[in-house]
Design a protein around this ligand. Structure first.
Ligand SMILES: NC(=O)CC[C@H](N)C(=O)O
Length: 260
């Protein structure tokens, strides 16, 4: 039985790459039907890879701006090319920052409103289940996921934000996760529940096609009971389901996932 292959990219300064590989291969394991493999930032060929994760960390020491230099790494050309063809790409925290700097998602990350590094679990509400990374959740579901960043204060010009939110009202939504209160209170109305000041209280955002998603919280840090939450597991299960369905639709042998 074959599993779909997820490439997990390591840039100089990435520090969550092994955690993501562990979450996919061990925590999610057979349930997701995925196999995570490390991909070096100098790699320019992604053949045999069905999806990519850009993990969190401090690529290039956050020099200039978080993600600014990593966005120019050779692997990002390949990621951009495959993303245009519809390959699922997930950027987690620093990975989200890299996707913004690479122009694969709109907007930018500013320093947190508090001008401090914030490291704690926060509630987020699932706003869209129309992405390869969220389809196993329920719309409106409140998840508890850890954040750990200094630059998570999402910014987009009003026009762009309007487009993002407009798309959110009709399916498919582009706001994927939104910061909220413990009972799902909307952080746009209750700003005390917006940890970093992000525009629209956006915690995760998709491109118009829905295959490229940036997420500030860390699902890999909430994929095992002993970590305090398994709410992140749905990300890997969603991706496994999505790739398996794609494979079935293409008339390829069922297997549990993607590539032979
Ligand atoms: N956990 C991370 O990926 C850190 C992200 C980023 N370097 C920041 O502090 O904003």
């Amino acid at each position: 039985m074959s599993a779909a292959v997820v490439g997990v990219v390591t840039f100089p300064g990435t520090n969550c790459d092994r955690d993501v590989v562990h979450a996919i291969n061990r925590a999610a394991g057979d349930r997701a039907g995925l196999r995570a493999v490390p991909v070096w930032y100098e790699e320019a060929d992604l053949s045999g890879i069905d999806a990519v994760v850009l993990p969190g960390g401090f690529s290039y020491g956050d020099y200039l701006r978080s993600g600014a230099i990593a966005a120019l790494a050779p692997v990002m050309q390949a990621v951009a090319g495959r993303a245009r063809q519809g390959m699922p790409v997930l950027g987690i925290c620093n990975g989200f920052q890299i996707l913004l700097e690479a122009g694969l998602l709109p907007g930018a990350m500013r320093r947190n409103r508090t001008l401090s590094f914030i490291c704690r679990a926060v509630p987020v509400r699932v706003e869209s289940v129309e992405t390869p990374f969220t389809r196993a959740y329920r719309k409106g579901q409140v998840l508890r996921l850890p954040i750990a960043h200094y630059e998570g204060n999402y910014f987009a010009w009003p026009e762009e934000l309007g487009a993002i939110e407009a798309a959110d009202e009709a399916a498919p939504g582009r706001v994927v996760l939104r910061y909220c209160g413990p009972d799902g209170q909307d952080a746009r109305i209750f700003p005390e529940y917006n940890p970093n000041g992000a525009a629209g209280a956006i915690a995760a955002l998709a491109n118009p096609a829905g295959n490229v998603v940036g997420v500030m919280p860390h699902p890999e840090r909430a994929s095992e009971e002993w970590l305090g939450s398994t709410d992140g597991l749905g990300v890997w299960l969603s991706l496994g389901q999505w790739l398996a369905e794609r494979r079935a639709a293409a008339g390829l042998p069922a297997g549990r996932g993607g590539a032979p």
